[in-house]
Design a binder for this molecule. Sequence first.
Ligand code: FAD
Length: 315
Amino acid sequence: MLRLDELQNNFKGKLALNEMMSKHTSFCIGGPADLYAEPNDKNDSLALLSFLQEQNISFTILGNGSNVLISDDGLRGVVINLESGMNTISYENAKHPPLEDNFVIVESGVMLNRFVDFCIQRELKGVEMLAGIPGTIGGAIRMNAGAHGGEISDFIFDVEVIREKQFQTISKEEAQFKYRSSGLRKDDVVVGARFQFPMGNKEEMIVMRKEMLKKRNATQPLDLPNSGSVFKNPKPQYAAKLIEECGIKGMRIGNAAISEKHANFIVNLGGAKANDVLSLMKLAKKTVKEKCNVDLELEVKLMGFREEELVGVYS
Ligand SMILES: Cc1cc2nc3c(=O)[nH]c(=O)nc-3n(C[C@H](O)[C@H](O)[C@H](O)COP(=O)(O)OP(=O)(O)OC[C@H]3O[C@@H](n4cnc5c(N)ncnc54)[C@H](O)[C@@H]3O)c2cc1C
């Protein structure tokens, strides 16, 4: 049982009861969270997480909600949104000291586009290929977000997490980044990270960013709510190509559809239910298995579904 009055004594950020998750996901889908919290800063996050763990109350971390599908029944326990409060970004040392002294220090709520721009303005080369990914640093680190052959982990030096009720620094090696995933523990909460970059040419990076954004606009259904790529690419193949070859591009269930523009995207045509999207995910997975003998693995994180609802989506 959540002691709200007790929590309010220890917490400075925003709290809301029964907040609709559809307001916080790029899919515009998701029912109410029992309690929704936006910590003001990392100490506020630590106080909240310590309180919840002591009280044995379950929690879910949300960044910008751009890689999740949340059930229409919503989420039990507390949803902690790190997007709004933890937003600082800084550059330690000037341009010329040895590379190992040059750190970009970023808090988990910083949006990737701002991070990319910050680096470009300082001629720090490497993350411009991430332009247009609508996530936070925390979500991008958890997911090891990437595009066009690069990943956010390429430039990470270390990651700061809240683990076992304290701040801990995790080296890049320990974080064990893989394609669209990390080896961070399930309950680790990323509060920030330090990055190191080689120097680059600002004009070239601006051109690269422009090209990346143009490509996204041309190939992704950015006019409709979605959650990015639904499945990981079963390398060396592409999930979108396999789904398209199976002839289910454009397939519609309720108000959700497999995008006509990019077959690895599911779009919300307006008022789609989480179960419509889930059914399309299962359909795509089953069809690709039957016709191409490939097991697609979900990239999007499913939250708040009952076990029986998930049959057919993971295996
Ligand atoms: C139009 C579109 C295009 C996209 N293109 C790409 C792309 O090119 N490449 C790519 O990799 N992704 C892409 N994505 C997916 C998504 O934007 C990325 O995965 C992004 O990094 C997720 O960040 P987020 O803050 O939205 O995380 P969320 O969606 O809020 O969360 C994702 C997961 O990370 C966890 N999490 C979030 N913050 C933290 C934290 N601080 N600590 C611990 N765990 C946390 C959540 O619990 C959840 O499990 C795209 C999405 C959209 C909608």
